[in-house]
Ligand binder design. Sequence first.
Ligand code: ATP
Ligand code: MG
Length: 416
Amino acid sequence: MIKAPPGTKDILPPESEIWQKIEETARKIFKLYGYREIRTPIFESTSLFQRSIGEVTDIVEKEMYTFKDKGGRSLTLRPEGTAPVVRAYLEHQFPQKDQFQKFYYMGPMFRYERPQKGRYRQFHQIGVEVFGPSHPMMDVEVIAIQWRLFKELGIDNIEVVINSLGCEKCRPAYRERLVEYLRANRERLCETCQRRLERNPLRVLDCKNEGCRRVVREGPEITEFLCEDCKKHMEQVEKGLQQLGIPYRVDPFLVRGLDYYTRTVFEFIHKSLGAQNTVSAGGRYDHLVKELGGPDIPGIGFALGVERLVLILNARGLQEEKKPLYFILLGEDSLMKGMELMEKLRNNGIPVMWTGKTGSIKAQLRLANKKGASLVAIMGEDELNRHSIKIKNMETGEESEVKWEEVSSFLSSYYS
Ligand code: ATP
Ligand code: MG
């Protein structure tokens, strides 16, 4: 039997209901903040990701699904959403027409990683990208959107962690100090970090290895190196978060796995997730648009991992939706009338389910039970002659016979 490839998974009902709930809530919230949807292709030119994410990153070094198409082009299944959105923003000349833009997206991303809880090869992200504003209050807004999303989904023990990665003025000094420090502690670092140390030292801060983490936490803090502007920016972000009542913690060692970030970076952490505990993350990228060939336009965004959010919501238990009215039709004549009646009920917004079975009432009731139906409508010859159907509540056993024209109003309070 052919199985789904490693690191991918099918999203089956009833779990798909959680996905819908997340997507609906996100869309509603994005609208509240004036964000509009953008949909970009699932694959892009490989160079887009090489140039934006950075050559010496986990993603570009080992996680990309890259292939040659039949025309010999090197393409990559998108590992993240920001670079494609920037590419589209430039390709469609937004900087010339209207450089201030707020986009949101949702969809699958692809990374060749070791599959484990909360880590897949095809996973899904919901995210936003804002182009134009450099004001720290926009950083606050982007954090507030995520905060609201978690609140609305009923998740409260979520932790907001922020940091500043500085800018091209102040980061080099920190970087220099960091390299100096890491070199002195070289033998305590894992092999990968010994290599990272020379090529992309900030990546060492992101290593999950316990030993490396210890070294990092005893080392220099970027917050001590920030220039006046970056320091002010960070202070403003903190003030804004306080003003909105969003609790946060500053972690001077927080970095992100992609090279393009400047100044504010943040993560939303949920302890229940274990090792992969970052649900949502992002930050400011003031030079990415320029690095991808556009004008100097700042940006900021976040990406949320839907699978990890589903894990949190699943652990909390599913609040099941009302099951549709389950129809049992007995005999050809009631089948005809029943089809019409079901359509009329649906016209009135009542969800109705019919299995296509025409067997005995006993067999059909057994099936209804198996499907977990809570309300069943039964129409046989007697009911047909009386222009009515029987409605049975499977939980209480209560039965009522209702005239066809009254079924909708009879059920309206149940399905409202
Ligand atoms: P991690 O440190 O967990 O690998 P990352 O730094 O690679 O995360 P980002 O690239 O910032 O993560 O992606 C944002 C969010 O997307 C993550 O916080 C996570 O929720 C989700 N995510 C990233 N990679 C995966 C994956 N392989 N499987 C499932 N979700 C993922
Ligand atoms: Mg990763």
